[in-house]
Write a protein that binds this ligand. Sequence first.
Ligand code: G16
Ligand code: MG
Length: 217
Amino acid sequence: KTKGFIFDLDGVIVDTAKYHFLAWKKLANDLGIDFTEEENEQLKGVSRVKSLEKILAWGNKTLSEKDFNAQMAKKNEDYLSHIAKMDESEILPDVPKVLNFLSENNQPISLGSASKNARTILERVNLKEQFNAIVDGNDVTKAKPDPEVFLIAAKLLNVAPENCIVFEDSVAGVEAANVANMISIGIGSKDVLGHAKYVFNNFTEISEEFIEKLINE
Ligand code: G16
Ligand code: MG
């Protein structure tokens, strides 16, 4: 059978959350706002605009539209300076193994990320060629938990949503997959991703037998 396999980027393929953290922390502290790892957790899967809105709300600050946009640009510049140093060593364990197994079994693969920097990151870690389609923050008008990003991916892969499988590390992303009527696979802790159909800590826990089952069921 042919299914559509959709991968989130940050937290699933690479751990760029640590670079988002450094960049957001710098921005927040410059504005006199505290920024913790716990708060960064809450920004996972959340778009750039929504992230800054949340940080400002936590710090009881408001910015003019002009300053808001300037801060977003500064954050992204800082984030990209970290991304520029990335290479293949930052791919999370067993991700290439799973991607190769899917390709060997002729399963179409798409990216489904909220990031506007997704293509740059895939190029840095040399994985861009593994994807039949890439849908990212530049292609959507509505952020996760809206299912738009995954529905566009399904369309590009030419696979019906109910035949798509989504790998996600964020609550918003799992919800988006569920709303899209896709099979959601949480990558992370069961405590956080309880709404996913299946949850694994990481790809080393996902066997070829399990993937074969997904393909054939
Ligand atoms: C990622 C991150 C989010 C980030 C968003 C937008 O989403 O998880 O923390 O805010 O992208 O990123 P950018 O500022 O690069 O456009 P995903 O969907 O890949 O997990
Ligand atoms: Mg993610």
